[in-house]
Design a protein around this ligand. Structure first.
Ligand code: GLY
Length: 370
């Protein structure tokens, strides 16, 4: 029997997140939402389509009037308006109307793109998220932010549009590479670090079972992580809070995004988030929020989960420049997320460029990491 978390929007129940070890309940859950005898468009990518598109199509065949599949070429470089335009054409060709349904089948890029199509096609139609990466299952499929990159800026164009259902089947994680699994795990660690010290300790205590992908441990881990994200997005659904709320989810992302861009997306998002978490913990230590022991413990806890804590060939000045050009940076100061302690993040607007330089130097690989 699947487990459920309901996410509220503006105080009212909005959508369920289903945690399951199979897709057994998928058709029934979609039917319960009132989508019987409607057209379904499964939007997926070239990596995921050969793995799961047929399975999903067969499962929903009995409840839809027609199910069609659209494949977007895999990769962040295709998260743009040109690809979105092609999908609009496909939906028009297949005569999709406002009562039909989009099913996002894939990782974070597909969830964001399919969600954006659902938000904008005919001024908004419903969509279901079936996240297939750990990162999407634990983070990007929840919260309703949808969008695409524009002119080199990540998620520059988008809309808030809540899914009708998020269906998490952990068995799909078996086809994920070790690197992709670790990348998703970085956001899970981040959730513990910013909001829940007990969860952070639980992750460390269950390190072995997580590595072994023990099904019950994975369900508990993903559910607890989603619950943290749920609490944050319920309190600040549209990222309006300047003092906390959703902005706290950016812990590790200010430096992480700059590294991601500097490395031309050759590192995975979660790998850059792990590096950003280490650098931001370093700043937190230098600002006397965290103790030295806390800092080293946080840094070293990424290692057994196969995440980097240092990287070669970073140009410190270029990272500082990229941070200032990020769309989230204010013109005068950077809105950093720092840690007061494990489980308690705060927004800090006093971080200087010199403090950033020192933190970036800390994550540049040298002999101390041997
Ligand atoms: N879709 C991701 C978020 O809303 O945070």
């Amino acid at each position: 029997m699947a487990e459920i978390l309901n996410v509220k929007y503006q105080g009212s129940p909005c959508y369920d997140i289903v945690f399951d070890k199979s897709f057994d309940e998928l058709a029934e859950r979609i039917k319960e939402l009132g989508f019987s005898n409607r057209k379904f468009a499964v939007i997926t990518d070239s990596n995921v389509k050969p793995l799961y598109a047929d399975t999903i199509t067969k499962l929903v065949e009995g409840i839809s009037s027609k199910t069609v599949v659209y494949e977007i070429p895999a990769g962040e470089e295709n998260k743009n308006l040109d690809e979105i335009r092609k999908v609009y054409g496909f939906l028009i060709e297949n005569k999709f109307d406002r009562h039909d349904l989009i099913i996002a089948l894939g990782g974070g890029v597909i969830g964001d793109m399919a969600g954006f199509i659902a938000a904008t096609y005919l001024r908004g139609i419903s969509f279901v998220q079936i996240p297939t990466t750990l990162l999407a299952q634990t983070d990007s499929s929840i919260g309703g932010k949808t969008g695409v990159d524009f002119d080199g800026y990540k998620n520059m164009v988008g809309a808030f549009h809540m899914p009708s259902l998020v269906y998490i089947n952990i068995s799909v994680l078996s086809t994920l590479s070790g690197r992709q699994f670790a990348s998703g795990f970085a956001e899970i660690m981040k959730h513990g670090l910013i909001k829940d010290a007990d969860f952070y300790m639980w992750l460390i205590e269950n390190m072995y079972e997580i590595e072994e992908k023990d099904a019950d441990v994975l369900i508990e881990m993903i559910k607890r992580s989603c619950d943290i994200k749920r609490r944050v997005v319920e309190d600040d659904p549209e990222e309006k809070s300047k003092t906390g709320g959703r902005a706290l989810l950016n812990y590790g992302h200010t430096i992480g995004h700059a590294v991601e861009k500097y490395k031309n997306f050759s590192l995975l998002h979660g790998e850059c988030v792990a590096l950003g978490c280490v650098a931001s913990a370093y700043i937190s230590w230098k600002k006397q929020m965290l103790s030295m022991e806390d800092y080293y413990e946080i840094r070293d806890m990424f290692v057994p989960f196969n995440l980097p804590i240092s990287v070669e060939d970073l140009d410190v000045e270029e990272i500082v420049r990229l941070i200032h050009s990020d769309k989230k940076a204010d013109s005068d100061f950077i809105r950093f997320v720092l840690l007061k302690k494990v489980g308690k993040a705060v927004i800090d607007t006093t971080v200087t460029d010199d403090e950033v330089r020192a933190a970036v130097n800390e994550i540049i690989w040298d002999e101390k990491f041997e």
